[in-house]
Design a protein around this ligand. Structure first.
Ligand code: SPD
Length: 427
């Protein structure tokens, strides 16, 4: 007869593959499979990916639990397997050692709940409280894997199914298409949410239509970035547009979105589009002066390849590339999440276009940290903006195309700023 209630092994897996150590879905799968190999009955699992790296998770089994914390930067995983009954924890150990490609490892084994130290209570089970019966289990076995977009102090997490449709380290960034429960498939660049199936229209309608209606006759449009295709899809709805040039630095983003987000990447075959997989910053530098009616800068956040999209020289080049009367719109970050980038961008635009020529529009994106996001404008020449007087024209356009975010009232309303935002950009 066993002298303990349980058996606990505490394991150090070292020199593991760091990519596996940072792959929350793979780790969850391996931990669940390890439990099953050891003939445990899996009840539930919850796993979390930390930004920029690291995974923690627990698999609850009828026989106790398996838990893990990883440090990909050290190729290290701290694992514990707690079992009771006849389950052999070492079978799970062997399985995980192979799965994580651990080159070295150590383990200690402890008996838990020594019967020599415990006194058994005699009780009548029928008198025990039955609160648990009131709780409704949402499902027998649920996955709980989260994708987190964050800085040091704030985060936005989306629970995702664990399905990874695309995962490629391009020369510029890690490009992934993952599936979230609430917002459908999403494009993530490094550890940042770029767009999701369910709320992409907020962003893509608001980056394009206000400028397209502010301009009296936009014919030649330049899009820098925007590899998912949502921005060009919206611009190309405007019948007066004759030519759209899109310059996206990362071909992997286009490839991933064409294959997995076809409703966003819907307009790459439009004959009015010239698509260049190239550096948008160099493109703006070499652009012929006075070429474009509207320039839309659909970049990611100011880290990695998009950092240069927040520089004075880039926006000076864009100013020059605009016609005498032209509009620039830039992805403007959040006045709540990234105040510094938000303010600095606005000051740059004020310096280049003029103090009264750099309006800001705010809109909601539920899947970006804080949910409050902005587009920042540069109005060149005689563009009268940002407020329009085109109510009927806009409403016809909105209903023709079934737009779900933009409308005539919202256009004007989006430029009304809370006092703290006005304060933030005051020079
Ligand atoms: N934190 C997200 C910043 C926005 C990046 N651009 C999104 C691309 C959508 N076309």
């Amino acid at each position: 007869m066993s002298t303990a209630l349980g058996n606990h092994i505490l394991v150090e897996f070292m020199n593991c593959d760091p990519h596996i150590m940072n792959d929350v879905a793979a780790i969850e799968r391996d931990m669940v499979d390890a439990a099953k190999k050891a003939e445990a009955t899996v009840i539930n699992s919850t796993f979390h990916h930390f930004s920029p790296y690291g995974v923690s998770g627990v698999v609850v089994i009828q026989e106790s639990h398996l838990a893990i914390h990883t440090w990909p930067e050290y190729g290290y995983a701290a694992v514990d397997v707690f079992t009771c009954g006849d389950m052999n924890a070492w079978i799970a150990f062997d399985y995980l050692k192979e799965s994580f490609q651990a080159k070295s490892y150590s383990a200690i084994e402890m008996k838990r709940g020594s019967v020599n130290l415990l006194t058994r209570n005699d009780f009548d089970i029928s008198t025990m409280r039955q609160k648990a019966n009131e709780w409704v289990n949402p499902g027998f076995y649920t996955r709980n894997v989260w994708f987190t977009d964050k800085d040091e102090n704030q985060a936005l997490s989306l629970r995702f199914t664990g399905d990874v449709f695309y995962d490629h380290q391009s020369p510029f960034q890690r490009v992934r298409i993952l599936e979230s429960y609430k917002y459908g498939k999403m494009l993530a660049l490094d550890d940042m949410v770029m767009t999701t199936e369910k709320d992409e229209f907020h962003y893509h309608e608001m980056i394009s239509h206000p400028a397209m209606f502010m301009h009296p006759n936009p014919k030649n449009v330049l899009v820098i970035g925007g590899g998912d295709g949502g921005t060009i899809r919206e611009v190309l709805r405007h019948p007066g547009v004759e030519k759209v040039t899109m310059v996206e630095i990362d071909g992997a983003v286009i490839e991933a979105c064409k294959e997995h987000l076809p409703n966003i990447a819907a307009s790459f075959d439009d004959p009015k589009l010239t698509l260049l997989v190239d550096d948008g910053i160099a493109f703006a530098q070499n652009a012929a002066p006075g070429t474009y009616d509207v320039i839309l800068v659909d970049g990611s956040d100011p880290v990695g390849p998009a950092e240069g999209l927040f520089s004075v020289s880039f926006y000076t080049n864009c100013y020059n590339a605009l016609k005498e009367d032209g509009i620039l719109v830039a992805q403007g970050e959040s006045p709540k999440f990234n105040e510094k980038a938000f303010r600095e961008l606005n000051h740059t635009l004020q310096d280049i276009f003029g103090t009264d020529k750099a309006p800001v529009s705010l809109f909601f994106v539920p899947t970006y940290p804080t949910g409050m996001w902005s587009f920042q404008y540069g109005l060149k020449g005689n563009i009268e903006g940002p407020i329009h007087q085109k109510e009927a024209e806009i409403e016809t356009f909105v209903s023709t195309h079934g737009l779900r975010y933009y409308n005539a009232a919202l256009h004007n309303g989006s430029f009304a700023l809370p006092n703290f935002v006005k304060e933030l950009i005051k020079k």
